[in-house]
Design a protein around this ligand. Structure first.
Ligand code: MN3
Length: 200
């Protein structure tokens, strides 16, 4: 089964002014599309073709297959990244179970916000910052390039893309402002809780 570019779950201008139509057009239509095309080319003759995206991510990392790690990793990351945002999202109004888990594992929403932004700021170069579940607990992590927490034994439930292509049109070099706008105005907490599933 070939990798496919999913449609955005909202209009291209739905996230403005926090993420512009122009950013989403380039990021979704060009960057994500390139990961899909490259991933399919790499998978064509691979024994991993036909496995789930999650299994390909884990196997590629175990085999140190850089092309698959970055392209299939980025396909997984972006599939969820579009869902991790919504118009009118963000801020500290979390679904109750997720809020309780965040308080017990991370010291509450304000601490989460500060630590998540810091993880994104300190990811040197391209990569992602994450809210994950590892060993039954919430944790904040970061990964370089196209890697994701699945490759490190954790389940991602929220991720923010800190590649420059995700923020340079709207925020230029101000990565911190982009990260703060993402947390304060864009996060789709219902989708985050849905990904946490039975873990919380
Ligand atoms: Mn990206």
């Amino acid at each position: 089964m070939a990798l496919e570019l999913p449609a955005l779950p909202y209009a291209y201008d739905a996230l403005a002014p926090f993420m512009s139509k122009e950013t989403l057009e380039f990021h979704h239509d060009k960057h994500h599309m390139a990961y899909v095309t490259n991933g399919n080319n790499l998978l064509k003759d691979s024994p991993l073709a036909g496995k789930s995206i999650e299994d390909i991510c884990k196997a590629a990392f175990a085999e140190k297959s850089a092309g698959l790690i970055n392209n299939v990793g980025q396909h997984y990351n972006h599939n969820h990244f579009w869902q991790w945002m919504k118009k009118g999202g963000g801020g500290g109004k979390l679904p109750a179970r997720l809020a309780a888990k965040m308080t017990s594992d991370l010291g509450g929403y304000d601490k989460f916000r500060a630590d998540f932004v810091q993880a994104g700021l300190t990811q040197f170069g391209s990569g992602w910052c994450w809210l994950v579940i590892k060993d039954g607990k919430l944790a904040i992590t970061k990964t370089p390039n196209g890697e994701n927490p699945l490759m490190h034994g954790a389940q991602p439930i929220l991720g923010c893309d800190v590649w420059e292509h995700s923020y340079y049109i709207d925020y230029r070099n101000a990565r911190q402002k982009y990260l703060e706008a993402f947390v304060d105005n864009l996060v789709n907490w219902e989708y985050v809780e849905q990904m946490a599933g039975a873990h919380i």
